[in-house]
Ligand binder design. Structure first.
Ligand code: ZN
Length: 251
């Protein structure tokens, strides 16, 4: 089965401009913000324990499938092989990180990324939404796509996990939320995240973050539940291309 693949170039700002936009955006939502260009830490080491050392090379975003394949009833034949996905984004054997339905790909050699530290949330947006909206506001029609990883070093976060597939149709957001299991999970949580500043007419998921930990907790990140004490540390990079693979026809 060959899935459909649509490809679009993304706007890649300079790292300086990228830093400035994230800094300004995060300052509206966090008490303490530091954004700088640094050498990426070795992501194969604890606490990350990823399969590749760094974020760089040919950063590309792949948005694969979508929620319409899950609701109202799951299409259990929708199984994607990451090796095939790597070939479809024209980077065979790429290191893939991300959140299931949306993956960020990068070739693993150490390089500069942008380091983001944010502490004590003062606004309503979560860490990722805040950065995504700042990029959207600044770059407007020019789409910017970002992938990377962040740690929730202190505090707790609202996370969902999916139980077994629902046997009854999920016809509304309320049905979905009743089916999902929500938890307040403890830091440190290691998150992998991808976000785009605007849709390109591909019915994209604008942000998606999954996390795991070394204490058995993990899932889909919604927001921190401890704004006064939360601390985020992230490494992000703007991507060059976006690939929409097997876009659902009905949404
Ligand atoms: Zn998810």
């Amino acid at each position: 089965m060959a899935a459909s693949v649509e490809k679009s170039a993304l706007h890649v700002p300079s790292l300086e401009e990228f830093c400035q936009v994230l800094r300004d955006g995060l300052k509206s939502n966090f008490a303490e913000v530091q954004v700088s260009v640094v050498d990426c830490p070795d992501l194969t080491q604890a606490p990350y324990t990823f399969a590749a050392a760094g974020l760089c090379g040919n950063p590309r975003i792949a948005d694969v499938g979508g929620v319409p394949y899950l609701v109202p009833l799951p299409q259990t034949d929708k199984i994607y092989n990451l090796l095939n996905i790597a070939e479809e984004v024209e980077l065979p054997n790429a290191f893939i990180l991300g959140a299931g339905a949306a993956s960020f790909k990068a070739v693993g050699v150490n390089a500069e990324v942008v380091e983001v530290r944010s502490c004590r949330r003062t606004g309503p947006s979560n860490f990722v939404t805040c950065m995504r909206e700042a990029l959207g506001k600044h770059f407007g029609a020019k789409p910017v796509g970002v992938g990377g990883t962040f740690l929730i070093q202190k505090g707790k976060a609202k996370i969902h996990v999916m139980p077994d597939f629902s046997s009854c149709p999920l016809n509304s957001d309320e049905d979905v939320n009743n089916w999902l299991k929500f938890f307040d999970m403890n830091s440190p949580l290691i998150c992998q995240s991808v976000f785009v500043s605007r849709d390109l007419g591909f019915d994209l998921r604008l942000e998606h973050t999954h996390c795991f930990s070394h204490h058995g907790e993990g899932g889909h990140y919604h927001y921190d539940t401890t704004p006064d004490t939360v601390e985020y540390l992230g490494y992000f990079l703007p991507a060059e291309y976006l690939y929409r693979i097997d876009r659902p026809m009905k949404t």
